[in-house]
Design a protein around this ligand. Structure first.
Ligand SMILES: Cc1ncc(COP(=O)(O)O)c(C=O)c1O
Length: 423
């Protein structure tokens, strides 16, 4: 896929590093030039080159109601008419925080501007509340781009991690233990050796940044017990899973209560937002009540809050979840049957409206498994789908999203394109 007549990508590369404002938008993992989009409506986006694409990326998760949902757009317009930012408290942000606490099953919440800010704040809060510095994060989980969370597994479990980005210091990485996802024994070993230094265990309770990887039975419960044993704060990063599997958090659905939850994406209805929430006893360590500093000029922005409030209202009043899950299950089942009939090593992993076409014969339990997938085949599949008018996240290590605007006809289009495009 090349850029259209205006050479947007060439122009962008002159003034924006790599031509993109977020590296995942570049097509580095699949090859070719990235797309430039001018509009979206429902399940479809329109490119500047005049193509209409059926979208299964959904802005990487926020657009659970589809693009340009009329009620959300209306709420945005009405809020913007009254002013776009005050830097002073608004009644609407109080309503939003009340609604979030009630729906997410948390006692208190602080609004921020992105998922990255939410996880960064949660980790600082855990360190401030415990007076400890080390944390556990899991290989293949992504928690935004703050220094302390851009850490990968090092050479040994007990030696701490290594930086996964230039510019992150070794000292920061050394504070982070990085076991494999689903490896409870490794977590217990770290807790036995370093429990009294551990501030937090942070994870995606359903991992969605190494492709879709589910927690094994007992894994989340085991982490809760391990955190309790050493006095660490358990943080669920629900930036993707929050309000994605039901009108609540995954924590409320799975029955394991973390101390802190990070939210983003869906709760902003497509506008920039994030939130960290949880037990009042932990949250009250935040300034101005407590000694952990956190702030934001645009935090609780009235336009983002209006979009989020309307989205939460619609998710509660007309829950789309069962229908989205049924559509995604059909997408996965029928694509898997086609791959099996063709003898292609592809299986689509699915959980409710989240899915990943993994180019592997074996189930994926952790990052090592995910890295074993055939990424060349995935890239060929991505481009075959794009040629057939279907936009997927441009990497093997991401999840696709079915949203409320998708229909059975859209799933038919996906399956027939996938069947024809199997590499
Ligand atoms: C699980 C998870 N946490 C945090 C983030 C960071 O959120 P943001 O991109 O809004 O900073 C992401 C982004 O994709 C995410 O998937």
């Amino acid at each position: 896929m090349t850029a259209g007549s205006n050479n947007w990508f060439e122009r962008a590369k002159r003034v924006i590093p790599g031509g993109v404002n977020s590296p995942v938008r570049a097509f580095n993992a699949v090859g070719g030039d990235p797309l430039y989009v001018v509009s979206g409506a429902g399940a479809r986006i329109h490119t500047e080159a005049g193509r209409e694409l059926l979208d299964f990326c959904g802005s990487w998760g926020p657009l659970v109601l589809g693009h340009s949902h009329p009620a959300v757009i209306d709420a945005i317009k009405q809020a913007a008419d009254k002013g776009t930012s005050f830097g002073i408290n608004t009644p609407r942000e109080v309503e939003f925080a009340e609604r979030l606490c009630e729906m997410a099953g948390i006692e208190k919440v602080r609004l921020v501007n992105s998922g990255t800010e939410a996880t960064m704040t949660a980790v600082r809060l855990a360190r401030g509340a415990t007076g400890r510095s080390k944390i556990i994060k899991f290989a293949g989980c992504y928690h935004g781009h703050s220094d302390g969370l851009l850490v990968a597994a090092g050479s040994g479990l007990m030696t701490g991690g290594v930086t996964s980005s230039a510019g992150v210091s070794d000292a920061v990485a050394a504070e982070v233990f990085v076991p494999e996802y689903n490896d409870l024994d490794a977590v217990i070993a770290i807790v036995e050796a370093h429990g009294d230094e551990l501030a937090a265990i942070i994870l995606e309770p359903i991992a969605a940044n190494m492709g879709l990887v589910l927690p094994d039975a007992g894994f989340l419960e085991g982490l809760r017990a391990a955190a309790d044993r050493c006095g660490a704060i358990l943080i669920f990063d629900e930036v993707i899973t929050g309000f994605r599997l039901g009108p609540t958090t995954y924590a409320s659905q799975c029955g394991v209560s973390p101390d802190l939850i990070c939210l983003g994406k869906i709760i902003g209805g497509g506008l920039p937002i994030g939130a960290v929430g949880g037990r009042a006893a932990v949250m009250d360590h935040l300034a101005p009540l407590g000694e952990v500093y956190q702030a934001g000029t645009l935090s609780g922005n009235p336009v983002a809050v209006a979009a989020g409030l309307t989205t939460l209202h619609l998710l509660a009043s007309e829950p789309p979840y069962a229908r989205m899950a049924a559509l995604a299950a059909r997408l996965a089942d029928e694509t898997n049957a086609a791959a099996q009939a063709a003898g292609i090593p592809l299986h689509v992993a699915v959980k409710e409206s989240l899915f990943t076409p993994f180019f592997s014969d074996s189930p994926i339990h952790n990052y090592t498994d995910a890295k074993g997938c055939d990424t060349k085949r995935h890239a060929a599949f991505f481009h075959a789908m794009l040629d057939a008018g279907i936009y997927l996240p441009p990497s093997q290590f991401e999840v696709g999203f079915v949203n409320a605007a998708h229909t059975d006809v859209d799933i038919d289009q996906f399956v027939s394109a996938a069947t024809a495009g199997l590499p």
